[in-house]
Write a protein that binds this ligand. Structure first.
Ligand code: TYD
Ligand code: MG
Length: 458
């Protein structure tokens, strides 16, 4: 087959160059040129301005005349996965699922395909990383002995597309998109150009045939999907696997969903027999101290629709000439900001101290409602005094030292009370009108007030 001509396109400005260059000739950005297939002149000419007049106008339809049909969803049979997908797998929908190696992407998808296959839907598992035998071995470990899931060990895009066309599965998993390559491009498999081009072809195939596709993607050290961020724009749904491979728990978070809510999370536990959904996860991110310890503060975070209790730990220790600020599961820049607010508005200085903070259990917290708990944990560690037993706090802290409300405070407080927490420091605007049984509330407006309340507790 004759190869289409390839050209290099800048991911920043869209400028092109016939050769690869380190610097984009149009916008001057570095390392942004990626190989793309140039469509033949015939297909492409309408996009050039001088031919624009030749395009035939298409009929348009008023919105009200278009029938609004709800999307057809098929539950995957795995409740926690359906929760993040917004109810199930959508016909013709494309899901990108990212995460660190070894976190459980292949395991979860094999379990999901098996459940779908058992429900009578034809499925296809395309494996580019492992051989068919390795996939079979995993399926036996998972106890899926008589699985009828079809497996294809293939990495060439054109062959995969032909197989999808010929076998017409309801759901196809591509594990992983980084191993797939098209012979239309000269770049190596896994390069930005290949990943982007192959994902675009697979997405088009999904839309054209109604086959739901799940693309598995690897994540780089920085946390972005290896390959271009444009992958996230192409697909309908982006899910990320989070969690610490050393702990048993895994979170699957929807960061984009055209067919459901974002930030919804599914919680799983990795067991001998694969991933098992955890339907009541609110207490799994607490470490079990028999006595309260300094530097620990529990907060209630609201991920998607479920409140969860997460322990924030801090360690403040005298530093060498250049003090370090490190955070795991929390934003480091935000930590620096909170330390400045703590100094300026509450008179707590950590300038000559190393400060480490950690969200227990490998969970990642992006909401600012963690601020107050982070500050209280730091102060507790600095003073060497634990917070009282059964204590929780949440609330955003602003640069002026004000404590701002967190969304849906009532639900958070109810969850804490349900799990036996007895004392809470919360933003004034979150204090409920009716008291919550078993919970003593301290509503604060400023960070120094919160510090004073805690100091009085002893
Ligand atoms: P895997 O699904 O291969 O991860 P990914 O595709 O994201 O790279 O996950 C493999 C890990 O899970 C591996 O470390 C072994 C562990 N595991 C179990 O603990 N129990 C099981 O039943 C299976 C299949 C894997
Ligand atoms: Mg894998």
């Amino acid at each position: 087959m004759a190869k289409d001509k390839t050209t290099f396109t800048c991911t920043e400005c869209g400028g092109t160059s016939p050769r690869w260059l380190g610097k984009c000739p149009s916008c001057g950005a570095w390392n942004t040129l990626v190989e793309t297939v140039a469509e033949s002149a015939g297909k492409n000419r309408m996009s050039t301005p001088q031919f624009a007049g030749l395009a035939h106008a298409q009929a348009v339809t008023p919105l009200s005349a278009i029938e609004a049909s709800d999307v057809a969803r098929t539950p995957s049979g795995i409740g926690e996965l359906d929760r993040v997908l917004g109810g199930g797998i959508v016909e013709g929908g494309v899901v990108l699922i990212g995460g660190d190696p070894g976190i459980g992407k292949s395991t979860l998808l094999l379990q999901a395909l098996d459940a779908l296959q058992r429900a009578g839907l034809p499925t296809l598992y395309v494996t580019g990383e492992e051989s068919g035998a390795q996939v079979a071995l995993r399926s036996r470990r998972l106890g899926l002995d008589h699985s009828q899931v079809n497996v294809l060990a293939e990495i060439q895009l054109e062959k995969i597309l032909a197989t999808v066309e010929a076998t017409q599965p309801a759901v196809a998993v591509i594990d992983s998109i980084q191993t797939v390559y098209s012979d239309q491009l000269t770049s190596a498999p896994g390069s930005v150009a290949q990943v982007r081009e192959c994902a675009a072809h697979l997405t088009r195939a999904a839309k054209a045939t109604g086959v739901s596709m799940v693309l598995v993607g690897h994540v780089t050290k920085e946390g972005a999907l290896a390959g271009p961020r444009v992958l996230e724009h192409m697909v309908d749904t982006v899910l990320y696997f989070e969690g610490d491979t050393h702990s048993q728990f895994r979170l699957v978070r929807a960061i984009k969903n055209r067919f459901g809510a974002v930030n919804e999370i599914g919680v799983f536990a990795m067991t001998e027999k694969g991933l098992k959904g955890v339907s009541n996860p609110s207490a799994i991110f607490l470490s079990q101290h028999s006595e309260p310890v300094p530097g620990s503060c529990v907060m209630v975070t609201l991920e998607g629709t479920r409140p969860m209790l997460v322990e924030i730990q801090a360690l403040v220790d005298s530093a060498g000439p250049s003090p370090r600020r490190l955070s795991v599961g929390l934003d480091r820049d935000r930590l620096a900001m909170l330390l400045a607010v703590l100094h300026r508005h509450a008179g707590v200085a950590c300038m000559d101290q190393d400060v480490f903070v950690n969200a227990v259990g490998g969970v990642r917290i992006s909401e600012p409602a963690a601020d107050l708990a982070v500050m209280l944990a730091i102060t507790s560690s600095l003073r060497g005094k634990p917070l009282p037993r059964g204590f929780i706090a949440f609330g955003e802290v602003g640069l002026a030292g004000e404590v701002r409300p967190a969304p849906r405070g009532q639900e958070r407080l109810k969850e804490a009370a349900k799990l036996g927490f007895t004392v809470a420091v919360v933003p004034k605007a979150n204090a409920p009108k009716k008291p919550i049984e078993g919970l003593t509330l301290h509503a604060v407006e400023r960070v120094e007030e919160a510090m004073a309340v805690v100091r009085e507790m002893g």
